[in-house]
Ligand binder design. Sequence first.
Ligand code: PGA
Length: 248
Amino acid sequence: MTRRLLVAGNWKMNGLMSDGREFIDKIKKISSDVDILICPPATLIDFMVKVTKGSKLSIGGQDCHFEKSGAYTGDISASMLKDLGASHVIVGHSERRANYKEINKVVRAKATMVNIIGLVAIICLGETEAERDNGKMLTVIETQFLESLPEIATSDNTIIAYEPVWAIGTGRTPSVTEVAEAHRKIRELAEKKLGLNVAKRLRIIYGGSVNQSNARELFAIEDVDGGLVGGASLKAENFSSIIEAGTF
Ligand code: PGA
């Protein structure tokens, strides 16, 4: 069973119009077999969808509300992202879980809405450093996975991003063995919940300080199907090297 690698960039709250244009000009030239997704701030989605039309690049959102529309000042809905041409939406990123108290139930509601309107949800999960030090890594992964996954999840509408919180933006990554263990656990859970065939096709990507130097080693791990890249996705040269690292 071959799963296509996905290299996804999460720009977080970075990027103005000029950055988007320059970035896309460089990235569009790459020829690679991996799927490439960029999740810029919502303000750039429309522009980036237009300039990447006809290329292999997909554009996604970083978050959305769990309702379709309504009185939610400042929020953005999954259908609005779809309307702009986004194909994916990240939900449950640890920065949202920590800063906005998004619990698993909320993450599941968001992912469900993303799926209902026909987009792919990238569901993030991962343990904090304290949880890891207390030996709770696998239990945390299990709870987050089971409680955040929508009932309607399939391998086509869902991607799991394993992102240990302590590895995000810190330059620290778990060892290859630790990443392999976490991803294997997620695939086992997926098998129990969704069945063997779906689990085999489900993409589980790794996030947390992925860079040009460690991408190849991480992407070579059996159950790692690509990466969710924060800091290193902001510069086209770095992001290109990570994409190239996925071409074996
Ligand atoms: P990082 O962020 O690559 O800067 O560690 C990853 C993420 O938050 O998705």
